[in-house]
Design a protein around this ligand. Sequence first.
Ligand code: NDP
Length: 638
Amino acid sequence: MPSRKFADGEVVRGRWPGSSLYYEVEILSHDSGSQLYTVKYKDGTELELKESDIKPLASFRQRKSGSTSSSPSRRRGNPSRSRSRSRSPGRRSPARRSPARRSPGRSPGRPPKSSHQPASAAHRADITEIRKEVLEVKLTPLVLKPFGNSISRYNGEPEHTERNDIPHKTPQEKFHLSQDSSYVSTQYSLRPRGEENKLKEIEFQEEEVITKGPASLRTFEVPAAQTKDLEFGGVPGVFLIMLGLPTFLFLLLLTCKQKEPSLLNFPPPLPALSGLWETRVFGAYLLWFFVQALFYLLPIGRVVEGTPVADGRRLKYRLNGFYAFLLTSAAVGAALWWGVDLHYVYRHFLQFALAALVFSVALSLYLYVRARRAPPSQLSPSSSGNVIYDFFIGRELNPRIGTFDLKYFCELRPGLIGWVVVNLVMLLAEMKFQNRATPSLAMILVNSFQFLYVVDALWNEEAVLTTMDITHDGFGFMLAFGDLVWVPFVYSLQAFYLVHHPHEVSWPVACFIIALKLCGYVVFRCANAQKNAFRKNPTDPRLAHLKTIHTSTGKNLLVSGWWGLVRHPNYLGDLIMALAWSLPCGFNHILPYFYVIYFAVLLVHREARDERQCRKKYGVAWDRYCQRVPYRILPYVY
Ligand code: NDP
């Protein structure tokens, strides 16, 4: 029989769901089946909490000024970690804090400080007391939210919004809030302004005390929000993926250069290390990466906010990917004009792939090591605490060096822009090897289709901020390798194939392929644009005709328009486009179709991952959406 740690009637600290705040609670009961404790907060709210969300009072009381701590970060004396532990949702970063707001804001009617108490300790005692009062007031209205109570219902909802059949509970009934409810409290605060301001003032004072006061003034211990639900086959799965993908990459590239590039043939021998590694090539790769980083830092382009992160903040992102692309195009154009030999990239293609691989592994190591010191609120919800798994999936959600967001930068810059340059290199190589004055129609189609895809992604750069990559997955080997190696070296496979395997495309066939590409593009772009516009502003008048389902998180789901056709219309469009990229290569070999096959597998798996997350997030509302829109990607088929 599973044991329980806390007894009925025991007074402990319980974490408020979706936040890093702990309150005093009394244990009422324990359910041995679900392993949940029913606890009662001081204002009478009853909740069910996991054991990991409950801490003995003693673990907080020990943290007095000057006391020693068993926390490794404390022993390392890491100030950033200790500060962030006391962070509450919605707190602004110190850099943005107004000095005027730092005045001591003691509650009226509180007794003056005792003369024999040290000033900072008395001050802190006051703050803790006031903070507790305000936080307790904060509890009551927020708990109404998840059940669609009229006070908390999102008031910007379109008139034709459908309601969920979420059972309304009586105030006496206890309930369980998921971690995901944090989004509600961060997005739609229900506290009266006065209380909000009072709370902020108190928080500011507290942080000031923490900054200036004696060593340890942390109040709450925050556990890391890590998952036990491992994806990709868990630790053995990700281990095999990390070994398998780089191996497969070189197999593809070596096979593609063969006269008979059949994947069924015996794999071509791997060149000696001297033929795979060249330091000059690695230097050229580093130059490419850092020039892109320089373009990213240019103060041009709009700055926008991303979706709220775990502690309620919205990170800022500069949208200048398209400018970076223009600057890169100008630089490549100038290089060609001055006679720089781009054929160098083709001749050293394998070396460039290895350089990118080495760089992505080094970057992943750096990301993992720095993430060990990241505060729990900045960990990715997909991280698990396991070294191998977290190295792969990424431990930290949005690793930044100052304002430089490493994941956001890698998502769309070095790899994606690099893909266009690689395609151009292949086009020039085709003309050279096949003695052509102009590129073949097949090569022009492949180049222009993929060029359009990249330009579209950069033009609509803001859309990346609502993708799973940014909002859910951490930054680790999976994205570093995917963005920096897989995209430029595998997505360019059709162009690479055409260099040595010419294929003549007739104009009627070309027209059909172009129509297919445009059709895929319209589905892909319109579906993504519709969802992004809706997420940005659910009351956008241009979306007023669309039907939505209300969800308990305050966010709604579209059930008509593109998102009423299938549950992932954007994936459908993407797959149609992928097919159009491969068709110009003819049907002699499967290699140019590798991308479509791989992409279909990726998107089916990705759809299943997203489905799991959405079901967790939206519960019964997601089930209703699935009933209304039964097909996932392909209407009437899947
Ligand atoms: P999506 O852009 O499809 O985002 C999924 C999220 O959209 C869900 O988690 C949910 O988030 C929201 N959502 C789902 N259904 C609805 C609905 N009915 N109404 C409103 N919101 C809804 O996922 P991805 O990040 O996987 O893909 C983004 C794009 O990138 C796609 O076009 C995809 O094809 C492309 N892609 C390309 C790859 C490539 O290698 N070329 C690889 C992967 C993706 P919430 O409710 O929290 O907002």
